[in-house]
Design a protein around this ligand. Structure first.
Ligand code: ZN
Length: 149
């Protein structure tokens, strides 16, 4: 999916976004030297081990190891997928997304795979009911905790 948004756009976006603004919109940051600190939003703690480097444009938690760019933070903290996170940051800095559905999220056509899986499923069901040695498999499945249902 990452490949569907031009790398140039992502570079441009990350060049305009300031990770401090992005994170500060969600959690309060305190200046500490040239970095910023906060209580880590990814694990419970009483003393801040979450640092944000404005210079390097990444966050890092010394407590739980959470680490990433502004894009990674938006994905992890707000639970967004890559494309949604790119969109959110693009909105923040007023960048137009390169294109909408179709070009941007060019989902491959999986329907031949689904028909193949359905055919396989039908075959297995049929074998489970009619194969001469079906009882061995049924016993095995019961031993693994599967019910008839
Ligand atoms: Zn942490």
């Amino acid at each position: 999916m990452a490949g569907k948004i031009p790398q140039q756009f992502i570079d441009d976006l990350l060049g305009r976004v300031d990770i401090v603004d992005v994170i500060e919109a969600d959690i309060p940051l305190k200046k500490a030297g040239k970095d910023f600190q906060a209580l880590c939003p990814f694990h419970g703690e009483k003393t801040p081990s979450f640092t944000v480097s404005q210079e390097k444009q990444f966050y890092h938690c010394f407590g739980c190891g959470a680490h990433g760019s502004a894009l990674g933070f938006v994905m992890n903290y707000r639970g967004l997928n890559f494309v949604e996170a790119v969109e959110e940051l693009a909105n923040l800095v007023g960048l137009e997304m390169p294109s909408r559905e179709g070009e941007l999220i060019n989902t491959p056509d999986y329907s031949p795979l689904y028909s193949a899986l359905e055919a396989a499923q039908a075959f297995f069901i049929q074998q489970l009911r009619s194969h001469p040695q079906k009882q061995r498999v049924v016993d095995y499945l019961k031993a693994r905790g599967l019910t008839g249902q």
